[in-house]
Ligand binder design. Structure first.
Ligand SMILES: [Zn+2]
Ligand SMILES: [Zn+2]
Length: 101
């Protein structure tokens, strides 16, 4: 085996993409509230509105997104585009991530 080939075979730790490990860690820390694909709670008082799982305010379905980590439905106020999760999970991700500096 040439040194070149050994170098090529050596597994480098992924630097730019820490997601799989982080995701595993998060799964241990965050309680899954809803399964992926489970619909949000319907607001019993208004038609075609759904309850945000974080702030409990009724919102139209178009303004809500399901968090990929905990499965909660979050309105635009409770959503973090930065991580594509609800703001609760985004806070936990922030704590677990290495600061980008
Ligand atoms: Zn909300
Ligand atoms: Zn979440």
């Amino acid at each position: 085996m040439t040194p070149l080939k050994r170098n090529w075979l050596r597994k480098e730790p992924p630097k730019s993409n820490p997601e799989p490990d982080l995701f595993k860690k998060l799964k241990g820390e965050i309680t899954v509230i809803r399964k992926q694909g489970e619909p949000p709670l319907k607001d019993p008082h208004s038609f075609a509105q759904y309850i945000c799982d974080l702030c409990s305010s009724p919102r139209p379905i178009t303004g809500q997104r399901q968090c990929v980590v905990c499965g909660r439905w979050a309105c635009s106020d409770c959503w973090k585009d930065e991580y594509y999760t609800c703001k609760s999970c985004a806070g936990i991700i922030k704590i677990n991530s290495i600061p980008p500096k």
